[in-house]
Design a protein around this ligand. Structure first.
Ligand SMILES: [Zn+2]
Length: 79
């Protein structure tokens, strides 16, 4: 799963196939395919493995690993 963190207002939000914006409106993004996403603004890309997250959801309180995604990234492009 891909998330965006707005470095300006500190909002973290998921993406969908319609444009979403952070609380301050500076960062926005959306999926443009099954795996490809585009974003703009003062953002840091965040990812985590869906499989690890699913295990954590079912384990109530278990840690899971999230990571920042370095640019350039072929599946998450700044526009
Ligand atoms: Zn913002």
């Amino acid at each position: 799963m891909k998330l965006l963190f707005c470095n300006n207002c500190l909002a973290v939000f998921s993406l969908s196939h319609s444009i979403k914006k952070c609380d301050c409106g500076e960062t926005s993004g959306q999926y443009v395919g099954n795996l490809l996403a585009e974003f703009s603004g003062p953002a840091t890309m965040i990812g985590f493995l869906n499989s690890d997250f699913k295990i954590a959801l079912n384990s109530k309180g278990m840690d899971f690993k999230a990571f920042t995604i370095e640019e350039p990234c072929q599946s998450f492009k700044r526009i």
